[in-house]
Ligand binder design. Structure first.
Ligand code: ARG
Length: 429
């Protein structure tokens, strides 16, 4: 017997939008298969209950998938190697979870013979882009449905009424005044009063971090051990990546460290005000960078920094399953061979400072660096080095201004006068 109904796999969170999507998709001729992901968001300890709820609401099948370890061992590990910071500020969290979710959505779509995948993202955000690009990179023939982008509901109440008319009781938990996305790598907080960039985020915006002024009065010491760029121990104890992230969220968050408040450029063209809490992410990237500074040569660090920005931009924009991302990962993997060692940090009332580094691969050479006894540095080469290193500038100075600083000052003063800016004191006559 052939089943004439089309099947769709729905990324189901248990929230109002994705609950409404079940009858909405059914009425458009789909059999709905729900996938509930645990990425460590609140309530995710019982994703089986969320999956069961989806089945009760009419889904023909529901999957509860615990993705926490996979998320940490793949996406989070890659992000640490890349010191991932979008616009130098945001360690990515939603952007890192989507590739893992999309992988499972496509896997389940194939298993169930579904030709479409649906999500509950709005039309103004990055996540619609990530779901579409990432699922289609894994299966270019799969259709991606984002009904929330164009559907008829403008208020929560209209969604609730729509369900009630169909005999579906939606339990609306006390709604947050913010739009949230949460996983083990952090918490994104948007909308509500935060939409005015002049408004300070109210206290209730923050959940993973305490008020820095209310953090303990004593310094908390922390040691993070890395092996080939991957965090492997906290305070000498070997832990899984997931356990490390959970442990550091707790230790750093309870010291008031981990808050971000920024204006961000979305891939869909608009600026938005975003607040994040990412205690473990910020601490791990800070520690990892410090260890890299100890273990890697200067030219590799400089090149890597450029590529880190490219990686964060690509991942932010939904380009996870691309040759660009794979090639960048290959560069980072090669760079991490010697990034093994221990980083000591101190946490105190909202700050997290690196206070010690050690590694068998340290490139720091005491003999070369010391100004005390035991100096092995050959200073006699310095003069010749400077002659050649400074040669291009010397030539430029001779040719272009004849070495006459007064002339250069006059030129500068003219430029400043034309541009109507204040002339520096040493140029004014
Ligand atoms: N701006 C972040 C990103 O695009 C976070 C989005 C979080 N989503 C939300 N519904 N609050 O990665």
């Amino acid at each position: 017997m052939t089943d004439s109904k089309k099947k769709v796999v729905l990324a189901y969170s248990g929230g109002v939008d994705t609950t409404v999507l079940i009858p909405w998709l059914q009425e458009r001729g789909y059999d709905v298969i729900c996938v509930c992901a645990s990425l460590g968001q609140p309530g995710s300890s019982d994703i089986q209950a969320i999956a069961d709820k989806a089945t009760k609401l009419g889904a023909i099948a529901s999957y509860a998938v615990d993705m926490r370890d996979e998320f940490c061992d793949t996406a989070v590990a890659d992000a640490i190697a890349a010191n991932a910071m979008y616009q130098n500020t945001y360690p990515l969290l939603s952007a890192l979870s989507r590739p893992v979710i999309c992988k499972h959505l496509v896997r389940i779509a194939h298993k169930e013979g579904a030709a479409a995948i649906a999500h509950g993202c709005t039309g103004k955000g990055n996540d619609q882009v990530r779901f579409t690009l990432e699922c289609q990179a894994l299966d270019p023939n799969i259709e991606i449905l984002g009904p929330v982008r164009e559907w008829e509901f403008t208020t929560r109440q209209s969604e609730i009424d729509y369900c009630l008319e169909r005999g579906i009781q939606i339990e609306v938990n006390k709604e947050s005044p913010y739009s949230l996305d949460e996983n083990v790598w952090g918490r994104a907080i948007e909308c509500g009063v935060l939409e005015d960039p002049w408004n300070k985020p109210p206290r209730d915006a923050w959940v993973m971090t305490c008020e820095p002024t209310e953090a303990p009065d004593e310094i908390t010491q922390l040691e993070i051990g890395f092996s080939h760029g991957k965090p492997v121990t906290v305070n000498g104890k070997k832990l899984s990546m997931l356990q490390i992230v959970e442990t550091l969220n707790e230790i750093c968050g309870s010291n008031g460290f981990g808050r971000i408040d920024t204006i961000e450029d979305r891939v869909v063209g608009l600026k938005s005000r975003e607040c994040y809490e990412q205690p473990a992410a910020l601490a791990l990237i800070k520690a990892h960078k410090a260890l890299e500074n100890l273990c890697l040569p200067a030219d590799l660090l400089a090149q890597k920094l450029d590529l880190e920005h490219a990686w964060a931009r690509a991942v932010y924009s939904g380009l996870w399953y691309t040759p660009l991302k794979s090639a960048l990962d290959a560069f980072f993997a090669s760079s991490q061979k010697t990034v093994t060692g221990v980083v000591r940090m101190e946490l105190y009332k909202g700050s997290c400072v690196v206070t010690g580094l050690k590694s068998n691969h340290s490139m720091y050479d005491f003999g070369l660096a010391t100004y005390d006894e035991g100096d092995t540095y050959d200073r006699s080469s310095a003069e010749g080095f400077m002659d050649l290193f400074g040669l291009p500038n010397k030539v430029w100075a001779q040719k272009s201004v004849g070495g006459d600083i007064a002339e250069l000052d006059d030129e500068l003063a003219e430029v400043h006068a034309e541009a109507d800016v204040e002339t520096p004191a040493h140029c004014s006559k």
